[in-house]
Design a protein around this ligand. Structure first.
Ligand code: ZN
Length: 272
């Protein structure tokens, strides 16, 4: 499943092909993905110039003066810029045709159709984007912020960190890895982690996400290759998915349990 680093890498890969270009047309090969594709997409997008390709949480926004196309890759989605003459495959559900030489299209492929294509009116914030916490790589997210938001909360710190209202885009893998790097037990009550330790945790979240984005930028990541793999990254993981295996720091077997209904692994010796 594409996580925040994959979505950010996708954004960086697509932006040079799309920003400043006009939309020549929209081809919808089915009426819905996870949700119906609203009529505004085909009605408003053609003729518009794409001013920016933005990311918010795991959503991508194509901003135009008429509004923004809002895309989510779901479980299996991918986006590519391809020659429009290239015949669409089975799961190529949407083409956004780009005006100009070469007749390129932005093609949305999604075998499992958990992705979406929605519309955000100018000056509006789509309901899916309302109430979200800050971006983890922004200056609004730091240890002081986590400390303030966590006071009085009894939920496990791992569940707290994965709450999109607290901070966006810290999925199960990144939460597990950041808690290990910060030496904090995922089971500890969020309200009982000190400010100092939250500073370490916020730094770990930023470092791990930034490293994944850097790695994404250096591996294949060809957004114009028709036969390229979706390009979700392999991670170097210290604890995630390694329950029962030796802790990379102390060698003791890692614990494994479900926390907030999400598989979790941690070292009971290194993480307190
Ligand atoms: Zn350990």
């Amino acid at each position: 499943m594409p996580e925040l680093p994959e979505v950010e890498t996708t954004r960086r890969g697509l932006a040079p092909h799309l920003e400043g270009r006009r939309v020549a047309g929209v081809v919808l090969r089915r009426p819905d993905l996870r949700w119906p594709i609203p009529p505004e997409v085909a009605r408003h997008l053609p003729g518009q110039r794409i001013d920016a390709v933005r990311r918010r949480a795991k959503y991508l926004l194509l901003d135009t003066a008429a509004g923004s196309a809002l895309l989510h890759l779901g479980m299996s989605g991918s986006l590519r810029v391809l020659p429009g003459r290239l015949a669409p495959g089975t799961h190529d559900h949407v083409d956004i045709r780009i005006a100009g030489r070469g007749g390129k299209v932005l093609r949305f492929n999604d075998p499992r159709r958990f992705g979406c294509l929605l519309w955000q009116a100018p000056g509006d914030v789509h309901p899916l984007l309302r109430g979200l916490g800050p971006e983890p790589l922004s200056d609004d997210f730091d240890g002081d912020y986590l400390h303030t938001r966590s006071r009085g909360r009894n939920a496990p710190v791992k569940s707290f960190l994965m709450d999109q209202r607290i901070v966006v885009g810290v999925g199960n893998i990144y939460a597990a890895e950041a808690l290990f790097a910060a030496g904090i037990s995922p089971l500890r009550a969020a309200g009982r982690v000190s400010r100092e330790r939250y500073r370490g945790l916020a730094d770990a979240v930023k470092a791990i996400l930034a490293a994944a984005i850097r790695r994404g930028g250096t591996t294949l990541r060809d957004f114009t290759a028709p036969d390229g793999a979706p390009g979700y990254f392999e991670q170097e993981l210290a604890v995630y998915g390694r329950g029962g295996l030796p802790c990379p720091a102390c060698g003791r077997p890692l614990r494994q349990a479900s926390i907030g209904q999400r598989a979790s692994a941690w070292c009971a010796h290194c993480q307190r």
